[in-house]
Design a protein around this ligand. Structure first.
Ligand SMILES: Nc1ncnc2c1ncn2[C@@H]1O[C@H](COP(=O)(O)OP(=O)(O)O)[C@@H](O)[C@H]1O
Ligand SMILES: O=C(O)C1=C[C@@H](OP(=O)(O)O)[C@@H](O)[C@H](O)C1
Length: 248
């Protein structure tokens, strides 16, 4: 991993309710799957207010109280995606609400491995009438179908990051897309320049939920978790710490 490791205590600063990801401020944050939270005005999404080019101004798309009472958003927690109907519905409705304000600007979804960038990205793109692009899949395509795991194994992470940045540069020029990025995209400062041509949204998912999901699907497509020791929680936590550290 290119980013250096830091103390575990730094994790919460970056991931829990924070708007600072990879050392960058003003990333829209979407807390998902926080079962048991008492905050009924939980934000589902924060985007810049009015002029979406103005990064300092924000508005919160708070869930209606009635939705929270029905515990709609907590339904997704559990790793049981079959129970996701309500969150799917909420996401689509929020997309309709903000769609016209986006004015065609693309959305870049950020988040840890397993945070749901691909899952949410597909739903969001459909609701917005945008195209959906998975940046990992795009890199694989440019490499003639070589999988991300193979690229890591054969060429190393740095090579993958170069390819990823090249892909993001291209994507940053295209409007009306929802882009699911790779979990480690934040470690290269240049990537922020590309992604901020659109709107960056961080999917904020607690570590235990991430670990459960990764454990359920395995680490085959996630080479950064291909180290021997540790249960899924430990692996996800270690990786989170690495990419949460601001780049030098
Ligand atoms: N909100 C959610 N609640 C429960 N499981 C989810 C949720 N979003 C995604 N998942 C599951 O977690 C796994 C990883 O999701 P994925 O969208 O591939 O994440 P990412 O693209 O961020 O790595 C998949 O098995 C997916 O079905
Ligand atoms: O750190 C990254 O950039 C990567 C994260 C993973 O993607 P997801 O975040 O989509 O799981 C996986 O494809 C690969 O390890 C590369």
């Amino acid at each position: 991993m290119e980013a250096t490791c830091g103390a575990a205590s730094q994790l919460s600063t970056f991931l829990i309710g924070s708007k600072s990801i990879g050392g960058k401020q003003n990333v829209a944050v979407v807390p998902l799957n926080q079962r048991g939270s008492k905050d009924c005005k939980r934000k589902i999404c924060c985007l810049p207010r009015k002029n979406l080019c103005t990064r300092q101004r924000r508005f919160d798309l708070a869930l209606p109280h009635s939705c929270c009472q029905a515990q709609a958003i907590t339904i997704l927690e559990s790793g049981n995606f079959y129970a996701s109907f309500n969150e799917d519905w909420l996401l689509k409705n929020k997309a309709k609400e903000v769609g016209s304000r986006l004015k065609g600007r693309s959305i870049f979804l950020l988040g840890m491995m397993g945070s749901g960038k691909t899952t949410v990205g597909r739903i969001l793109s459909e609701a917005l009438g945008y195209s959906f692009v998975d940046s990992d899949a795009y890199v694989e395509q440019t490499m003639g179908g070589t999988s991300v795991a193979q690229i890591f194994e054969q060429r190393g992470e740095s090579f993958f990051r170069d390819e990823e940045s090249a892909v993001l540069r291209k994507l940053s020029l295209v409007p009306r897309q929802v882009v699911a990025t790779g979990g480690g995209v934040v470690v290269r400062p240049i990537n922020w320049k590309f992604m901020r041509q659109g709107i960056t949204v961080f999917l904020d998912v607690p570590l235990d939920a991430l670990a459960r999901r990764i454990a359920a699907v395995g680490t085959d497509s996630r080479p950064l978790l291909h180290f021997d020791s540790g249960d899924p929680y430990t692996k996800v936590a270690i990786n989170s710490i690495k990419i949460s550290k601001p780049p030098h």
